[in-house]
Design a protein around this ligand. Structure first.
Ligand code: ZN
Ligand code: ZN
Ligand code: ZN
Length: 169
């Protein structure tokens, strides 16, 4: 299987978060099967790009409502909710974000991305690359840590173009 890994310049047929080949619906029952296999160490393969680097079932707690279930591939951005709806391609936005540590604190989680920030010497402001995956419909987001609005000018190419790179139909 040929994987498109150039990833630096996006070809013109790559709409932001679009251009997937047709995939089967994904249901709650599928998610439960995949989650069961993940717990015993399975390394599933993304149906869109064929990578097993970082693909599998995921769960996300929601403040109101039940836990959200989906499957996701961080190589090509293939994302699919376990509700039978069509998959979509997320885009990755990264920006440099400065986290401030309170006096006496050595580590803190970035409130935006959750990354562990470690105090460097006695400096209380530590910069890191803050990454977030957004749906095709999201034009960007306001970073809860630094307040900057992160739009598509912060988009970073994903490692694989997925089926965008192999079937441009
Ligand atoms: Zn993929
Ligand atoms: Zn962050
Ligand atoms: Zn930020």
């Amino acid at each position: 299987m040929a994987l498109a890994t150039s990833g630096i310049v996006l070809p013109l047929h790559h709409p932001f978060g679009g251009g997937l080949k047709v995939h089967n619906p994904y249901t709650e029952r599928d998610w439960e099967r995949d989650e069961g296999q993940r717990r015993v160490g399975a390394r599933p393969v993304c149906p869109d790009c064929g990578s097993s680097d970082d693909f599998g079932p995921r769960a996300h707690e929601q403040a109101d409502g039940p836990e959200r279930h989906y499957r996701a591939c961080k190589a090509c951005g293939f994302w699919q909710e376990a509700d039978g709806s069509p998959p979509y391609r997320v885009w990755l936005a990264t920006h440099f974000c400065v986290v401030r540590l309170l006096p006496g604190h050595v580590v803190v989680a970035c409130p935006a991305c959750g990354q562990t920030i470690v105090r460097a010497y006695d400096v209380d402001a530590v910069a890191h690359r803050c990454g977030k995956y957004l749906t095709p419909r999201e034009p960007g987001f306001s970073c809860v840590n630094c307040g900057q609005f992160i739009d598509r000018s912060f988009m970073e190419p994903l490692p694989s173009l997925g089926s965008d790179g192999t079937s441009a139909a």
